[in-house]
Design a protein around this ligand. Structure first.
Ligand code: UDP
Length: 407
């Protein structure tokens, strides 16, 4: 950068869920490594959960990055709900607050940051799921960059909701079930591979209202950046580019899969490396369903039986809130004892560190997009068990299009 040229100062605001915070942090690090100044904004609640996972007040989560010379500053903002509110057990109320209330808090914070920004703030990089970026960016005269953390295929299906509606594949009393072949840049997709929200019978839920508004708002973004790989979704991206500038920026993980100095996990990470070191290459199945989806107790019990009879070694991530009830006794009687020689059950781990270990030979996954990208990058084949949202659509990419997994 020329000496008299000012650094770009961007405010980055992820949607307050684990699967969004992680790629935003990775992008913040990449941009700061290219001489951007970043002010990264988490909700108070995400900040509190990260602190709890660290068993300490994590303070400024980017302090370690600054020690390495990166100019990343940190701020937190209210999502409109009291801190003690259980967001995991009340997804809808949390999302309702993000839809109705959070923009006023973000507006106030961005106003303050813009007033005091040095170098001056010129850019807002906000998650595409927010419904307010265009109004806040235009109020403060910021370049409006929308960051989509899922594949381009999912983006384009939401972007073309009107087409799906006009053709009777969405929002009709009796949705068509034949193949969809009219979305630009998408050769063909079956209705069962659409995101769960597009297959639902009630299309007035809070998430639907968010999607309708957010995908109107994103049309006013200066450009969209998508956490996908250009070569993998070339056709979809080119068709979208006819409508609006969109750039594939993935993969954006750090080059080293070691834990970074920046805490991002909402649960405390168990170290699996010693256990994995004792296992043969490619012998261990990693099982995880990400950070958001709940799994029924019935499915947990079935998976436990499957792991028992398979006789395969495994690492199983069972988040404390994996079942959406207070039931803590979810595994079959005697299961943990019966598999203790060959199974490691943890509440959370440093996933990319685990799946990049040579002992890992496969991943039973819910097909969250980050997990999908991380496994592709580490060359780990997938067994797919999609549960909700974009996971059905991601499964189609993994299994039908790219032949990287089963089911
Ligand atoms: N993850 C992790 N430790 C775990 C399970 C998941 O670090 O024990 C990370 C994983 O690497 C990924 C993110 O959490 O980056 C989950 O995102 P994904 O899109 O796969 O699923 P979501 O949580 O959004 O459903």
């Amino acid at each position: 950068m020329a000496k008299n040229q000012q650094k770009v100062h961007a405010i980055m605001i992820p949607y307050p869920f684990q699967g969004h915070v992680i790629p935003f942090v990775h992008l913040a690090i990449k941009l700061a490594s290219r001489d951007f100044t970043i002010t990264f904004v988490n909700t108070h609640s995400i900040h509190q959960q990260i602190s709890k996972a660290q068993s300490t007040d994590a303070g400024d989560i980017f302090a370690g990055a600054r020690e390495s010379g990166l100019d990343i500053r940190y701020a937190t903002v209210s999502d409109g709900l009291p801190l003690e509110f259980d967001r995991s057990l009340n997804h809808d109320q949390h999302q309702e607050s993000l839809l109705q209330v959070s923009s006023a808090h973000v507006d106030e914070l961005v106003g303050k940051l813009v007033c005091s920004g040095n170098p001056p703030v010129s850019c807002l990089i906000a998650d595409t799921f927010f419904v307010w970026p265009s109004s806040i960016a235009s109020k403060y005269n910021l370049v409006n960059v929308s960051f989509w953390t899922e594949p381009a295929l999912v983006f384009t299906l939401y972007y073309h909701l009107d087409l799906l509606r006009q053709n009777g594949h969405f929002a009709s009393s009796d949705n068509r079930v034949d193949t969809i072949g009219y979305i630009p840049g998408v050769q063909a997709i079956e209705p069962r591979d659409l995101m769960s929200y597009l297959q639902a019978s009630d299309i007035t839920t809070v998430v639907h209202r968010i999607i309708y508004k957010a995908f109107e708002d994103v049309k006013r973004a200066d450009f969209v950046i998508c956490n996908t790989v250009q070569e993998l979704e070339h056709e979809t991206l080119s068709a979208l580019n006819q409508k609006q500038p969109i750039y594939a920026i993935g993969p954006i993980f750090p080059n080293e899969f070691k834990r970074t100095k920046i805490a991002t996990s909402l649960w405390s990470e168990s170290d699996c490396s010693q256990w994995l070191n004792s296992k043969a290459n490619g012998s261990v199945l990693y099982v995880s369903f990400g950070s958001y989806a709940h799994v029924s107790k019935h499915d947990i019990v079935e998976i436990a039986h499957g792991l028992s009879v398979s006789e395969v070694d495994f690492v199983w991530v069972l988040r404390p809130d994996i079942v959406s009830s207070d039931d803590t006794d979810i595994l079959p009687d005697g299961f943990e004892d019966s598999v203790k020689e060959r199974g490691l059950i943890v509440a959370w781990c440093h996933q990319i560190g685990v799946i990049s270990h040579p002992a890992i030979g496969g991943f039973l996954t819910h097909c969250g997009w980050n997990s999908t990208m991380e496994s592709m990058w580490c060359g780990v084949p997938l067994i797919c068990f999609p549960l909700l949202t974009d996971q059905f659509t991601n499964r189609k990419l993994v299994v039908d299009d790219w032949k990287l997994g089963n089911l």
